[in-house]
Design a protein around this ligand. Sequence first.
Ligand SMILES: NC(=O)c1ccc[n+]([C@@H]2O[C@H](COP(=O)([O-])OP(=O)(O)OC[C@H]3O[C@@H](n4cnc5c(N)ncnc54)[C@H](OP(=O)(O)O)[C@@H]3O)[C@@H](O)[C@H]2O)c1
Length: 372
Amino acid sequence: MTSADYPVVVYGANGYTGRLVMEHLRDLSVPFIAAGRNREKLEAACRLVPGIEDAKYEIQVVDNTVEDLTKLLTGRKVVCNTVGPFMRFGPPVVEAALRAGVHYLDTSGEQHWVLRLREEYGKDFAKTGLALIPSTACMYGLSEIGARYCLETPGVDSLDMTEVAQAVPTVASAQTILDAVRYSSSYLQDNELVRYPGIETSDIVTPSNRVLKASNWGGTSNPIWFAQDGRVRNCKMSVAMWNQELYKKELELERAYKVQFQWIPDEQLYGILDVMATAITPGTPPRERRQVHRSIDVCVGSGNNVMVKSTMIATGGYFTTGLLQAYAARRLISETPRKVGFASPSEVFGHRELMGSLQSYGYAAIKVEPLV
Ligand SMILES: NC(=O)c1ccc[n+]([C@@H]2O[C@H](COP(=O)([O-])OP(=O)(O)OC[C@H]3O[C@@H](n4cnc5c(N)ncnc54)[C@H](OP(=O)(O)O)[C@@H]3O)[C@@H](O)[C@H]2O)c1
C-alpha cells in the first residue's frame, strides 16, 4: 500500500472526536490512517468504531513533532486534526501539513487559535494551493451555516448570533474551555475586531422562551470569518449551556487567572488547568445520546431595512463534528477547493451543501424566515 491509498490522516484518532471522524469516513468510503501517539490506545479505539470491520484503514504511531508528522503526512491529501487544546498541540501539525502539502482541517473552537492560523499560516497555505480550515466542527461550522443563510438576503450586514447547547464536554474539550480563559477575544463591530474586556455575560431567550445566561464563550470563530466578508460590518455571538453551572465556572476561572495564575509559567499552569478540567470531566464520557445532546443556533441578520432569522436545531455535537470532518475530507480528496489559504468550512464547501450533508444524516434542520 502506498500513502496515496490512504489519502486522509485522522490525528488524535483514539480520542472521542477522532473515533467519530473515523466512523463517518468509513461510512463515506474514505480510506484513512488512524494516527496518534499510543498504539494500544489506537487499536482499542478502532475496535470501538461501529462498522470498522469493512473500513479501509491503517494505524500509525506518530510523535507530536514537525519531523514525524511531516513524514506521516507526505503523499497524503488531508489531515483531520483533532488534538486539542490547539494552542498547545496544534503548531507542529499545521507546520507539517504545509511542508507535506496537505489540506488542513481541525476541530478547534478557540478564536485565538483561529486568528493565529489566519495570521501565521494563511498566506503560505494560499501560495501552495492548500486549504486551511479550522472549526470544521459543530462549533462553529453549524452557526456559520445559519449566518450564511441570512446573508442570502441582500442588505444584511449585521449578524447577531446565539447558541444554546446541551453537551458533555470530553477531557480535551474541558481543557480547551479552560485554556481559552487566558486569551482575549473579539467581536466584529463596524468592520473592526473589538476586544471584549473579559468574559461578557448576557441573558438570551431560547426559541421556547426560556431565559438563560450566556457568555461570549471565547469569542467564537464567526467574527473572524465574517471580518473577511465585505458584506458584513457587525458580528457577535453568545453561547449558553443548558448546564448553567458552566458559565459560572468560566467566571470563577477568569477571576482566579487574573489574581493568581497569570504569572505562572505555561508548563506549570497547564498542570493546574488540567486538574480543574478533570473536575468538569474526569474521563472519556460515554457515546453521545442524540435524544439528549441537542443544540439550537439562532442568527438574526439585519440591515437598514431588512431582517431575517435562521433557526437551526441539531443533535449530537460530536456526531456532527465527525460528519463535518469526514465530509470535508472527502470533498478535498477529489476537488480543487473553492478557496485556498485560511477559510471557513462554508466558504470552501458551501453552506447549502454542508446543510445538505447534515440533513442527510438526520443531524440538523433549519428554518429561515424573513422578520421584516
Ligand atoms: N468545536 C467543536 O465543536 C468541537 C467538537 C469536538 C471536539 N472539539 C475539540 O477537539 C479536541 C479533541 O476533543 P476530543 O473530544 O477528541 O478529546 P479527547 O477524547 O480527550 O481526545 C484528545 C486526543 O488528543 C490526543 N492528545 C492529547 N495530548 C496529546 C499530545 N500531547 N500529543 C499528541 N496527542 C495528544 C489524545 O491522545 P492520548 O489519548 O494519547 O492522550 C486524544 O487522541 C478538543 O480541543 C475539543 O475542544 C471541538
